[in-house]
Design a protein around this ligand. Structure first.
Ligand code: NAP
Length: 246
């Protein structure tokens, strides 16, 4: 039995992870911005074996709401074994290029909201001295590509933040895992023309995430072959990289 806080709990990847933990009779504090979807997730997890499920509506980019959420979660669960941060959006890169406001909203959705949440959570976990902070970043953060560099920037910030946080929290017995999915078949990627052979199912990714958390991995690429794809992408010389459109 685990006590699990999920932020972005209605995400397809997060829901698939939660289903695995529900089968272990876990308790949940589900955070999302859509009350109806949250209730559906709660009912689904209860039917699958969760022993307690509480839901909390919160817009992740509303920084002032974070502390209230964490207080509420702590009051329900006392100790938190796993936090999974899963919320995110796939921005329209062209729109971000045309409008500073859009770019900054997307940066908040995918980057600064995660950093703000982790800052609060880290202080809470430093007192607790156990548990795991699991953060969904992306392979997109490994190199800025012309097709999605706003999203990539936010995810790179999250990955770098997690790297520093991991070294800080290790000293107090708290584990930080950075999760870097490649293409996953979720609402986020619906309608995109992606190479079918490279697209994973949320259930497949969730299994790898739960395994990575259990094995206390530091950074995981999900599925694992993305580690090699990103080694290749990172090793393309700049003189060539700036001429290609990926
Ligand atoms: N799918 C992929 O190919 C892929 C690849 C790499 C990384 N990722 C990352 O994986 C994570 C999960 O995404 P997914 O693929 O499972 O997509 P998804 O099913 O579309 O889930 C995204 C979730 O984020 C929530 N969300 C977005 N902005 C929010 C905000 N400001 N406040 C609160 N909730 C917000 C959405 O809530 P609503 O339902 O209310 O909109 C939704 O539940 C994300 O961090 C994403 O960047 C995904």
């Amino acid at each position: 039995m685990k006590r699990v806080l999920i932020i972005g709990a209605t995400s397809a990847i997060a829901s698939a992870c939660a289903r695995i933990w529900a089968e272990e009779s876990s308790q949940f504090f589900l955070v999302g911005r859509n009350a109806e979807k949250l209730e559906q997730c709660a009912a689904d997890l209860t039917a699958r074996g969760a022993t307690a499920v509480n839901v909390h509506c919160m817009e992740a980019a509303d920084f002032a709401a974070h502390a209230v959420m964490l207080e509420s979660c702590t009051a329900m669960m006392r100790q938190i074994d796993i936090v999974l941060i899963a919320h995110g959006t796939l921005p329209d890169q062209k729109a971000c290029e045309q409008d500073v406001g859009t770019a900054l909203v997307e940066l908040a959705n995918n980057g600064t909201s995660v950093i703000a949440l982790l800052t609060l959570l880290a202080n809470r976990f430093e007192t607790q001295r156990c548990g795991t902070l699991a953060v969904i970043s992306s392979v997109a953060g490994d190199r800025g590509r012309p097709s999605n560099y706003l999203y990539g920037t936010a995810k790179a910030a999250v990955s770098t933040f997690c790297e520093g946080l991991r070294a800080r929290m290790f000293k107090v017995g708290v584990h930080v895992i950075t999760i870097k999915p490649g293409f996953v078949d979720t609402p986020m990627t619906q309608g995109l023309a992606l190479p079918t052979a490279l697209v994973a199912k949320p259930e497949q990714v969730a299994k790898l995430i739960v395994e990575g958390i259990n094995k206390k991995k530091n950074t995981i690429y999900v599925p694992g072959f993305w580690r090699f794809i990103m080694i290749i992408i990172r090793s393309i010389p700049v003189v060539i990289f700036k001429k290609i459109n990926i």
